[in-house]
Design a protein around this ligand. Structure first.
Ligand SMILES: [Zn+2]
Ligand SMILES: [Zn+2]
Length: 1016
């Protein structure tokens, strides 16, 4: 028998071409008792490897091929958990030492962290092999002795690899000689990078991607031949016929090692470190009931029962400390006046609501706690919180301080291959040109890389796609082979793990691109190691809300009435620019069609405008049913209970789980697996297999096959985009409240949105046009009146100095310092008293900051160099300014210059300058909005042309035209788009001809374009 002890998985990042599953299944077929995974400088595969190997009856040996500070390779295996911990510390030390993404493990660290590790001397990049290849025998000997000294006698093996390369013979002889001299035992490996010899081309292609070369080009890091596959024990014996003990020793090592991961521990810090868990249970109970009395007027029996039920599950899952930790950090936020809102499935919990982590009353909404936490699934809780974007890092800092820097890290994420990225990377490596790649990826939507063929046959618009040609057949095979392989490690947005012990006990830490330390396990595997993730996200909307609340002491944001008629009327008009989640053209149109009159409608709105429901054609039926125009029917009576709240449409992830349980009799655990397969949609094969399982089980539940298939197709239509109801409700809460602010406090709300830029769907100028449309005055920039930020009065908004292009903090400081001493009396006075650069002063003039002094901006700019000269040579400081008699900019130029330095204009709209020349047939947005049907022409500024995924897969461009009165949305279908694409994407001002389109009498008018011209 033989055991492979040097094996690379796809986590070697483009240096391992076969999946863990494939490698392990082969090993199991050979009845190999054990297998080691040794990826380059990481243990990212460890959890999956551990679980899968044990399932197959194979002992998992954790290891890594590390790079030392001399740039040489060394193969390390963990004998036990202690060895695994050593490995984690070593890799961490290597990343701390290396530059950015390099891991270079210092020898000093190796000496300090050698316990529990077995060292194999390494591949031909190792110190030993390099010395042998240089024929430096003394050095080779010294390298081995250093290993023995570092890891201890009995812990070091001389690694032999027979790759049949030109230098292999010399290398093997050299190693054998060292073995005879130093009595260090031999071990055979095959430095495995792929499963079978036939897989070599994939490995080589990945190496091309890694080294950014093409198959026709040479690169020293490309593999030489196809010998480094998972060779059979017989083959390995044959290769090492001259060194039988090298083969036998693999078994000896395998026997010495035990599975090194401990997946049973809970590393989450105890809220009361020195007490038993009961103390935390008790405290959580107290806080929850205290909160319940605050949240609810009275505590009814069912509510009491619900809270008791949640608390008991939390206790049984030993999760009280987690809730307390999250409570602790929102306490910090409250004390610091940092606005936050919990999101995600945590909003399914009443306890979380009572702890004031979320704002969604799960009890009165009837949300099931089990969707968040259940005994059967026994998963870890996962609470996500949005914070005021300006303060998110402050909260994270608090967490680092509270628990210590060794015990907090960001969670990593793996960018994995899907259809498009695989086509692009492998196509480039195969030498295809940029244009060819463009053709090959055209209309290939986001599906797994093993689902491209299926897609080609499924979508009508792909009927004559070039990928059908037989010359691309191999490319498609290669893409399928690397499906879901990790391509790069990155940082999960906002996810932090907190540990009671140093994190290196379970994971190495490495710096992210931004410099924060990240784990080597992503959110899916980190929990198995006993860690729990908390998501701290930043949301600029909350920054805007904070601003409004701060300025309006009479406004009680948390007590905003939930049934405000004026707010709903605004939604029904689709007049929602600035409202969280409801402001995009698609949402504005939905709002005008849906005629929302209750909070529930907003929750549905948030979930409806998503790729899933849009592609699954759920939006129109939902609207028709909601408005009573279409009968609500259910394909199976059991669906009624589940889908009644959404009129028979599958809208929420929770419903998928319930359907799986009700129709197919899935256990909650199985249903959760289905949900995961659906939401991740990582593999076509996996999807089809779970589909068969669903239909099979549904049949045994007495559902007929056809119905089961249709029901499963509902679920599949939803795949990849699952949206959870609790999350939609949490977002809807903020959406409704911001709509209320927009309705009742427009000046303050617009000002706050302008201060929180960049955010939302629209540029600052659009917000100003909207504000003017509400009768608010936009007051120009004023060097003596403007604050740094936009500031609101009851009926006006003053532009802030921060908005000026090039403005720096030090300039602002100097302006305010001087202004406190006395107002500026002239441009000259301003120049002499502040440190503001000439360029920025010029921008201030162009932005209108000195209009009160002289409205002739051009003249002021003309005089500017003189003032700066005077400032330099103090001798002439008294010299009077040049009296200039030059005329001001022409009105249009003046407007454009203001717009270019402020990204908005205090007065007027660019269309004002074009309107007089336009024929009367070109209507204003107001006139268009009043039309019911027929052909129209409208001119305006183009806002955000975009091509969202559509149900048919055809290209449809949506854009918004803005004129001096407001917005009109325009739809451009593929044929028109093809004709005018160039104008559409290159011209800022367009004249659009088309037809009014309204799908509903209440929907606001949109234009379907037939002709697009540049407006100049
Ligand atoms: Zn190597
Ligand atoms: Zn290797």
């Amino acid at each position: 028998m033989f055991v492979h002890l040097h094996v690379h998985s796809p986590y070697s990042f483009l240096d391992g071409a076969s999946s863990l599953e494939a490698l392990l299944h082969q090993a199991a077929q050979w009845e190999m008792p054990a297998l080691a995974i040794t990826d380059h400088n990481n243990v990212s595969a460890a959890v999956d490897f551990h679980k899968l190997a044990l399932d197959l009856g194979i002992k998992p040996i954790q290891g890594a091929e590390i790079t030392t500070e001399d740039g040489t390779h060394l193969t390390l295996l963990a004998e036990n958990n202690q060895g695994y911990q050593s490995l984690c510390r070593l890799i961490t030390a290597g990343f701390a030492k290396g530059d950015r993404h390099q891991c270079l493990v210092p020898w000093e660290a190796l000496q300090e962290n050698a316990r529990g590790l077995i060292a194999l001397s390494g591949c031909h990049h190792s110190g030993t092999a390099q010395a042998i290849l240089r024929r430096d025998h003394a050095r080779a000997k010294a390298e081995v002795l250093r290993l023995v000294e570092t890891f201890g006698p009995g812990q070091v093996y001389l690694e032999m690899i027979q790759s049949y390369l030109p230098f292999s013979k010399r290398l093997l002889e050299g190693i054998h000689k060292l073995h005879e001299e130093l009595r260090v035992p031999l071990v055979a490996t095959n430095n495995v990078h792929y499963l079978r010899k036939e897989d070599f081309p994939i490995h080589d292609l990945l190496a091309c991607v890694r080294t950014q070369t093409r198959v026709q080009e040479l690169h020293p890091e490309r593999p030489f031949n196809g010998e480094n596959y998972l060779a059979s024990p017989e083959e390995m014996k044959r290769r090492f016929a001259a060194f039988p003990e090298a083969v036998e020793n693999t078994l000896e090592i395998a026997q010495r090692c035990s599975p090194a991961l401990d997946l049973t521990q809970n590393l989450f810090p105890r809220y009361f470190p020195d007490e038993g868990p009961e103390k935390a249970h008790q405290f959580l109970r107290e806080l929850t009931w205290q909160g319940a009395r605050k949240r609810y007027a009275s505590i009814s029996a069912p509510l009491r029962e619900r809270i008791e039920h949640e608390l008991s599950i939390i206790e049984q899952l030993d999760a009280a400390d987690y809730f307390l930790a999250v409570w602790d950090l929102v306490q910090y936020a409250q004390k610091q006046n940092i606005r936050y809102a919990g999101r995600g499935s945590a909003a399914d919990s009443v306890v979380v609501y009572c702890l004031e982590i979320t704002n969604v009353d799960a009890f009165s909404r009837g949300l099931l706690f089990e969707r968040f936490l259940s005994l059967e699934r026994a998963q870890k809780p996962d609470i996500d919180i949005d914070f005021d974007a300006r303060c998110r890092d402050q909260v994270a800092e608090y967490v680092y301080k509270r628990y210590g820097p060794d015990q907090v890290a960001s969670v990593c994420t793996f960018h994995t291959y899907h259809a498009r990225s695989a086509l692009r990377d492998l196509g480039r490596a195969l030498g295809y040109t940029q244009e060819e790649l463009k053709r090959l990826t055209k209309n290939i939507i986001s599906v797994p890389a093993d689902g491209i063929r299926r897609l080609l046959h499924k979508l009508p618009e792909l009927k004559s796609h070039p990928l059908h040609q037989s010359k691309y057949s191999r490319l498609l095979d290669y893409c399928a082979a690397i499906n879901a392989f990790p391509r790069q490690i990155g940082t999960h947005l906002g996810g932090l793990v907190i540990s009671g012990d140093p994190l290196t006990k379970v994971t190495p830490l490495q710096p992210s691109a931004k410099g924060v330390l990240i784990t080597q396990f992503d959110k899916n595997t980190i929990e198995d190691l006993g860690l729990i993730k908390i998501d701290l996200l930043s949301l600029r909307t909350l920054s805007a809300v904070s601003d409004v609340v701060q300025q309006l002491p009479e406004l009680n944001y948390n007590q905003i009435p939930t049934d405000d008629a004026a707010t709903f009327a605004r939604l029904q008009r689709g007049d929602t620019v600035g409202v969280f989640q409801l402001e995009s053209p698609a949402q504005r149109s939905l709002q005008s069609r849906l005629q929302a009159d209750r909070f529930e409608d907003i929750v549905a709105s948030v979930a409806l405008i998503r790729p899933g429901p849009i592609k699954g054609n759920m939006v129109d039926p939902f609207i028709a049913r909601r408005r009573g125009r279409e009968e609500v029917t259910y394909i199976h009576p059991k669906l009624e209970k589940i889908l009644a709240p959404t009129y028979g449409v599958v809208l929420y992830q929770e419903q998928v789980i319930e359907i799986a349980t009700e129709i197919a009799g899935f256990t909650p655990g199985e249903a959760d697996r289905l949900r995961k397969v659906m939401t991740k949609f990582r593999s076509q094969a996996e999807m089809e297999s779970i589909g068969r399982e669903f239909i099979q089980k549904a049949l045994t539940q007495g559902v007929d096959e056809e119905t089961a298939e249709v029901i499963f197709s509902y679920i599949v239509g939803y795949a990849g985009y699952g949206f959870c109801e609790a999350h939609a409700a949490a977002f809807a809460d903020t959406a409704y409240r911001t709509a209320y602010l927009l309705e009742h406090h427009p000046a303050h709300f617009y000002a706050a949105l302008l201060n929180a830029q960049p955010m939302g769907f629209y540029p600052p100028n659009t917000l100003c046009v909207q504000a003017r449309g509400r009768g608010l005055e936009i007051l120009p920039l004023h060097i003596n009146e403007s604050a740094a930020d936009f500031t609101a009065e009851e009926n006006s908004i003053r532009i802030g100095l921060k908005q000026v292009a090039g403005m720096e903090a030090s300039f602002l400081e100097s302006i305010f310092q001087e202004r406190a001493k006395g107002k500026f009396s002239s441009v000259q006075d301003f120049v002499s008293r502040t440190n503001v650069s000439k360029d920025v002063t010029e921008n201030l003039i162009l932005g209108g900051a000195f209009d009160w002094f002289s409205s002739n901006r051009r003249a002021l700019i003309w005089e500017l160099p003189q003032y700066y000269q005077n400032k330099q040579g103090s001798l002439f400081s008294e010299a009077p300014p040049v009296k200039s008699h030059i005329p001001d900019f022409a009105p249009f130029e003046r407007w454009l210059k203001e717009y270019s330095v402020l990204r908005l204009a205090a007065q007027g709209h660019i269309l004002d300058f074009f309107r007089p020349q336009l024929p009367k047939t070109v209507l204003t947005s107001r006139a268009v909005a009043a039309r019911r049907e027929g052909p129209v022409q409208m001119a305006g500024l183009v806002i955000r042309p975009h091509r969202p995924p559509t149900r048919s897969g055809r290209t449809v461009v949506f854009l918004t035209l803005e004129d001096e009165y407001g917005l009109i949305d325009v739809t451009v279908f593929e044929d028109v788009y093809k004709k005018y694409a160039k104008v559409l994407y290159s011209e800022p001002l367009l004249l659009v001809s088309g037809n009014i389109s309204r799908r509903d009498e209440s929907e606001h008018a949109t234009i379907t374009a037939t002709r697009i011209q540049a407006l100049r």
